[in-house]
Every structure is written in structure tokens, then in C-alpha cells.
Ligand binder design. Structure first.
Ligand code: SF4
Ligand code: SF4
Length: 301
């Protein structure tokens, strides 16, 4: 759970949903084959606080999302491909719009890779894979992600490239200082694995969940105030144009999964109201912007 209590609702600036453009699905719940020490929702193989979303459940929410105007869908967990219905859910999603699957790329079997390629070839909509890797060497990555995770993820990336994908490699900024050396290390490692000109996205650390235990979490001053929103472009905040479906209902965004206050209703139609930025993690969104989209993100300072 979030260590710093939410601020009072009446003190928090509110963000309006300008339109439901994007819907996220917590498709693997909090279940993951890895147990990364910086995971902001503390996913592990045993954590089934949030469970897999079924194909039938996703069909209902996808149809509602499309009726409400959504054209872009993201699938996350946990490890998305731990859900045995992930590919069927993806095939359903691309009937309505573009789709991105977030993965640690360690569970990509041949049959999964072939199916992903078929789905991409079957649709005019974009199909993207986002692969999380947090170091350009086994030593750097596996310190956070567990022994063997680097080799398995790099093989997963190589396999995706061999099947015609250009995955977005997402890297959590866990180092101090300048990004240039680290990003050059990633480019070199990925090119050695056969991925030329890799797409990279740097994410700021979200000091929640396991990361809170690792480094102490947010300080009490980490808040978005009314004054900080003067002249601020809210369109870069995910909560201004997206919502997230879980097996427990609809949440404001994927970042606040562990915050019960972030549950907005049972259905997407229940969750179209504005939302108070009362959480410490909102400060990370405020300062970094666009951290959840596929767009490259400025690294956190
Ligand atoms: S950070 Fe990603 S890969 Fe690691 S435990 Fe969390 S969900 Fe799994
Ligand atoms: S964590 Fe980010 S996306 Fe979620 S409500 Fe706060 S500002 Fe919006």
C-alpha cells in the first residue's frame, strides 16, 4: 500500500477526463513470474490480490470502451503473458484499435511469437510490445529483476525482432547522474542481440510497493498543489484521457493500483468523472509527464 497517506480530497487539484481515448487492462493482475525489488505494485508469482482478466471480461469492457470512443488499449500486469488468454484478448482488442502489451519478455514461447505475428498481420491497427529491462548487463539488470532475468529478456527481445517486431524497451531510471552512458550501453547490448536502432523509453521510479521498501518511498512533501497546476498542460497526465480495468473494477490509472481511493466504479461508464491528484505518485506524473504512453519520456531528474 502507498506509504504516504493521500492528501485531503478537498485540497487536491482535480483533473477532468477530456475524453476516454485510452483504456488500460490489468490483464495479469498482480501475478508475475518475476519478483523485481523495485516493482511499484509488488507483483510476484504468489501475489494474486488482483487476478487475471478473462477473455470474456475483456470483451465486455472493450466493447464498452469502443462505445465511449476509446481507440487505444494497453495490457499490463504483472506479466501479461502469464495470462493464458493474453493472445486471444489481444486479437479481440485490435478489432477496436491499436494495442500495446507490456511484458518482461521472459515467457515468450514460439507459439506465442507466431500468434503475435499473425495478430499483427491480421489488423490495420498498430500492435506494439513494450519490454521492461532495467540494466544493459546481467549484473545491472538482475540486481533488480532476479538472477537470469537479463539473459531471458534479451532472448525474448531477439525473438520478437526475428518475428518482425521493434519492441519499445522500457528502462526504469535507477541510476544516478547522466543518462548518456547508460543509454549507449543499452543500444550496444541490444544491437549485439540483433536489434538495430532500438526504441528506448526511460521511466521514472515510482516509489510505491516494493520500491517503497527498497528505498523508503515518497517524502510527505511530494504532493501536487492547486498552485502547481496553474498553466500546467493536464493533457500529458494519463488520468486526463484514460482509465484502467481490473478484476476488482475500474481504476483511475495503472499507477495507483494499490490505492483503494483510486477505484472509480464497476464499469468504464461509472469512471468518467474527474479525479483529485491527492497521491504522492501524482507528483511523479506532474514532474515527468507522459510516463505511461509509448512516447519517449524525458528521464526523471
Ligand atoms: S516490475 Fe514488471 S516484471 Fe518486475 S515484478 Fe513487477 S510486473 Fe513483474
Ligand atoms: S498517478 Fe498520475 S495518472 Fe494516476 S491519478 Fe495521479 S497524476 Fe493521474
Amino acid at each position: 500500500m502507498e506509504g504516504v497517506s493521500p492528501s485531503r480530497v478537498e485540497d487536491a487539484p482535480r483533473v477532468k477526463l477530456r475524453g476516454l481515448d485510452v483504456v488500460w487492462f490489468q490483464v495479469a493482475g498482480t501475478i508475475c513470474n518475476l519478483r523485481c525489488t523495485h516493482c511499484f505494485i509488488s507483483c510476484t508469482p504468489e501475489n494474486d490480490t488482483f487476478k487475471f482478466l478473462s477473455l470474456e471480461t475483456c470483451k465486455v469492457h472493450l466493447a464498452e470502451a469502443a462505445r465511449l470512443g476509446a481507440k487505444e488499449f494497453y495490457f499490463t500486469g504483472g506479466e501479461s503473458f502469464a495470462n493464458p488468454e493474453m493472445c486471444d484478448i489481444l486479437a479481440e482488442a485490435v478489432r477496436y484499435g491499436s494495442a500495446t502489451v507490456l511484458t518482461n519478455a521472459t515467457l515468450l514461447r514460439d507459439s506465442t511469437l507466431k500468434r503475435l505475428r499473425q495478430i499483427r498481420q491480421s489488423t490495420e491497427h498498430a500492435v506494439e510490445l513494450r519490454v521492461s529491462i532495467d540494466g544493459y548487463t546481467a549484473e545491472m539488470n538482475d540486481a533488480l529483476r532476479g538472477e537470469g532475468a537479463f539473459d531471458r529478456a534479451m532472448k525474448g527481445v531477439a525473438d520478437l525482432v526475428a518475428h518482425g517486431f521493434r519492441p519499445i524497451i522500457t528502462i526504469t531510471r535507477t541510476w544516478c547522474g547522466c543518462d548518456d552512458e547508460v543509454l549507449a550501453g543499452f543500444v550496444a547490448a541490444l544491437e549485439r542481440a540483433g536489434y538495430d536502432g532500438p526504441r528506448l523509453k526511460v521511466l521514472p521510479l515510482l516509489k510505491l510497493g516494493a520500491e517503497e521498501d527498497r528505498t523508503g518511498g515518497y517524502c510527505t512533501q511530494a504532493r501536487v498543489t492547486q498552485q502547481m497546476m496553474c498553466g500546467y498542460d493536464t493533457s500529458q497526465l494519463l488520468c486526463s484521457h484514460a482509465r484502467m480495468v481490473t478484476d476488482h473494477g475500474v481504476w483511475v490509472c495503472p499507477i495507483l493500483l494499490d490505492s483503494p481511493e483510486a477505484r472509480m466504479g464497476d464499469t468504464l461508464s461509472d469512471a468518467l468523472g474527474d479525479y483529485p491528484l491527492r497521491h504522492a505518485a501524482c507528483h511523479t506524473c506532474w514532474s515527468c509527464g507522459a510516463i505511461c504512453s509509448n512516447a519517449p519520456t524525458p528521464s526523471a531528474g
